[in-house]
Design a protein around this ligand. Structure first.
Ligand code: C2E
Ligand code: MG
Ligand code: MG
Length: 761
């Protein structure tokens, strides 16, 4: 086959291959894909031009081939510029687009096209190649200019590539140098053919190969050397110690940290195994895959390591190598331990936090199933005062000293922690608790900062854990509840939760939950107890609450009033009692029965509502004369906010209400108080007399109280009058009003009405 057949076939094959490359490049997702596709396509045009030149025998076709060649060359260089721009992106040519080069190339294409008009570019001459006519190029100024431009731009491309290869880290240099080399090679090839004036431009084959190589380099080539170097650098720089082993288990390489760890040199790698055993103890450093954690040393000096061995298999059967990674995790472990400590220990006292105490206690109780345990709730009384008086710094110190005391007698069967503020929780075996010793110690427990010493009143509530499956919090709640029995006692420091206490708590809960319904359905209602004058005539009554419970039956106030006094629900009871009393008074006044009813007022009522306006609005609502609704208060009303309470009583008296001082003599009655108290009636408790060890002395006191009250213009009323003898004596002492079983016990309203006014007709 002659050349003029062979070359067109080669050219056509190249064109086809380049088009395939272009399609693949365009479809590729890599950012460079588009520019690469353009280069592949642009390569085909000068080759196509040459194919026409070589293959045709017609002059016009050859000339058209030359035009295609020149224009194609411009297009190729333009694509190459674009490609280089993208390929070298980020290496310092910034955002400057190669606009000038574009303009020059386009201008060159235009001047080549103008050759069709001006004939300034080139012409063709006929020569004989393989006995056939061949049209060889005869260049004029237009083509010289074109070549000059192409060379200049080639030179620019080469400079960009050189610049990029210089600026990039050494490892990546290869990437640019390969393209640079190809560019220079193709330019040299082209030059050779231009100046040799060979009839067939073989440099086109170079273009084809160039196109394909660039395609491969840009999309698929991974410089292995680069990868090698990168990996080995990475491994050398890793903080972990890494040892590489050959298949027979000989250490063949170790990185810097590995050498440091084993105190070996690269030349002493044969001793790696002995060195590792020396550090980590005897362990089979086998080639298989394994991981292990080891602690070397103890206490503060302990260091933590994790070891991982990784085999590298050539295929499923043959081991190619293995590598061992040893990581020093000491810092990490220390941090984890510190975080764990901080999350489980109270920062002030160093004791367990509440949550941690709960989980440890749970575990402990499960572990020693058959050991009787105590749950102890430790509380500092009036700790707020310690903070207020001696500063919070002293308060903190007090808590620390208390924590130290708690810690002192503990053993491995005990767990303890700070629950909150000034309360602590302890779980310990019952037999380890020395109640007498603790009681004795707490009697004199004092905290001191060297200058100030302060006695701390500490109460211990103890629940002996009889039910093991209840929540830890419930156990401590029970221990806490035990404290209520000694809350006002200063001599006893330890209180136990027992069945009596539990029953009382259950009772309190039961009656408290039933109160609302009891009021609505009038299960709670007033019983009236007559109050008489000296002649035994009934002048009024005291309303006393009774609860006729559907299940528990008749209940006297002793079983529920104290409960409601404690939780504040007494206010509801009292309001209901006052309203009931008003209803009764209202019906009496309609029948012109001018008796009074005394109602009880609890000190707690003052916290929940405005007592004065409540009572006023009730008498207004029922159109009752205020003097008919008498108000019984006790001295305890005056314990808090005495001035305000006085003014309320003054206000009530000014509105016409009669205020009675109840239970005088049973509490801490003070005669001093009496002279200031805005009261109209003094109710003297007979218990005062009967309880006294020296009745004659007590009688003298009662006589004088009666006399004093008369002098102060306060009416005296004795309650608890049980016998004729009582009545006679008290009358002789000058007492004016009487209440007691001697006359009648408290009774339902209708019964009282029958008792007092006789049967209705
Ligand atoms: P209190 O107000 O001092 O009522 C007098 C108590 O003495 C009544 O007990 C009454 O039944 C009892 N009593 C009367 N005469 C005699 C007697 O001759 N001998 C003896 N041993 N006792 C006598 P009660 O009804 O059990 O009430 C006890 C306390 O409960 C009352 O003492 C009062 O403090 C309180 N209370 C009763 N009802 C109410 C109420 O509606 N509201 C408030 N806040 N407290 C009430
Ligand atoms: Mg009373
Ligand atoms: Mg009383």
């Amino acid at each position: 086959m002659d050349q003029r057949t062979v070359f067109p076939i080669i050219f056509a094959a190249l064109i086809l291959a380049l088009i395939l490359c272009a399609v693949k490049a365009f479809r590729n997702r890599k950012p460079i894909g588009k520019q690469l596709g353009l280069i592949e396509l642009s390569c085909t045009i000068p080759i196509l031009g040459n194919l026409l030149i070589v293959a045709s025998s017609a002059r016009n076709v050859a000339v058209a081939g030359y035009y295609l060649y020149f224009l194609g060359m411009d297009f190729f260089i333009l694509s190459f510029v674009l490609f280089t721009d993208k390929y070298c992106q980020g290496i310092g040519n910034g955002d400057h687009k190669p606009t000038v080069m574009f303009i020059i190339l386009i201008a060159d294409s235009v001047q080549i096209l103008f050759d069709t008009v001006f004939d300034h570019g080139f012409t063709v001459e006929v020569i004989n190649v393989s006995e056939r006519e061949y049209y060889r190029l005869v260049p004029y100024s237009g083509v010289y200019l074109h070549r000059l431009i192409d060379y200049i731009i080639f030179a620019c491309i080469c400079s960009i590539l050189i610049l990029a290869s210089v600026k990039t880290p050494r490892l990546y240099r290869e990437k640019y140098l390969v393209i640079l080399f190809l560019t220079v090679a193709i330019a040299a090839l082209q030059t050779y053919f231009v100046f040799s004036r060979k009839p067939i431009d073989r440099s086109m084959i170079g273009y084809g190969i160039f196109g394909m190589l660039v395609f491969y380099l840009a999309l698929y080539y991974r410089p292995l050397r680069l990868l090698d170097r990168m990996l080995s650098n990475m491994i050398s720089d890793m903080p972990e110690a890494i040892f590489a082993y050959d298949p027979t288990g000989n250490c063949i390489w170790a990185n810097e940290p590995a050498l440091k760890l084993t105190h070996l040199k690269l030349t002493e790698l044969d001793h790696t195994k002995e060195a590792l055993v020396g550090i980590f103890g005897d362990r089979e450093f086998t080639q298989s895959a394994w991981t292990e954690s080891r602690v070397v040393g103890v206490g503060e000096l302990a260091r933590y390591y994790t070891m991982e061995n990784h085999p590298i298999n050539e295929d499923t059967k043959h081991l190619a190598a293995s590598f061992l990674i040893i990581r020093d995790t000491t810092d990490e472990q220390r941090r984890i331990q510190q975080e764990l400590y901080a999350s489980t220990h109270d920062s002030l006292t160093g004791l367990y936090t509440k949550q941690h105490l709960f989980s440890c206690a749970k575990r402990m109780l499960a572990k020693y199933k058959n050991v009787p345990y105590l749950a102890i709730f430790v509380d500092v009384k009036n700790f707020k005062i310690v903070n207020d008086i001696f500063t919070t710094a002293f308060g903190d110190l007090a808590l620390q000293q208390l924590a130290n005391w708690i810690k002192a007698d503990m053993n491995s069967h005990c767990v303890y922690g700070r629950l909150a503020g000034d309360t602590f929780g302890v779980f310990m075996p019952r037999d380890d608790f020395n109640a007498e010793g603790v009681e004795e110690h707490l009697g004199t427990f004092a905290v001191s900062d060297g200058k100030i010493e302060h006695h701390l009143l500490i109460h211990l509530g103890i629940y002996e854990i009889t039910e093991r499956d209840i929540d830890i919090s419930v156990m401590l709640d029970r221990a806490h509840l035990a404290l209520s029995s000694i809350s006002d006692i200063y001599k006893t420091h330890i209180a136990y939760y027992d069945n009596k206490l539990r029953d009382k708590i259950l009772w309190d809960q039961r009656i408290s939950s039933g109160l609302r319904e009891a009021i609505e359905t009038k299960q709670i209602r007033p019983y009236l107890q007559p109050i008489t004058d000296r002649r035994g005539r009934i002048v009024g009554a005291e309303a006393l609450a009774r609860w006729i419970h559907p299940e528990l039956g008749f209940m006297s106030p002793a079983s529920f009033i104290p409960v409601f006094e404690k939780n504040g629900m007494i206010a509801e009871v009292d309001r209901h009692m006052w309203r009931s009393a008003c209803e009764t008074l209202s019906s009496w006044s309609k029948e012109h029965k001018d008796l009074f009813i005394s109602v009880n007022i609890s000190p707690k009522d003052f916290y929940f509502f405005d007592v004065a306006s409540e009572i006023e609005s009730l008498v207004r609502e029922y159109s009752i004369e205020p003097s008919r609704l008498r108000i019984e208060i006790t001295e305890t009303v005056m314990i808090n906010d005495a001035e305000e309470r006085m003014s309320i009583l003054h206000k009530l008296r000014s509105k016409g209400f009669i205020v009675e001082m109840d239970d005088f003599g049973s509490g801490y009655s003070s005669l001093n108080l009496l002279k200031e108290m805005p009261v109209d009636v003094l109710k003297i408790d007979m218990k005062f007399l009967s309880r006294s060890s020296d009745p004659s002395k007590a009688e003298t006191i009662v006589r004088n109280i009666i006399r004093l009250s008369e002098e102060l213009k306060i009416v005296s009323l004795t309650e608890g009058v049980e016998t004729q003898n009582h009545f006679d004596k008290l009358s002789a002492m000058g007492c004016r009003l009487f209440q007691g079983y001697f006359f009648a016990k408290p009774m339902p309203v209708d019964e009282f009405e029958r008792f007092t006014f006789g049967e209705k007709n």
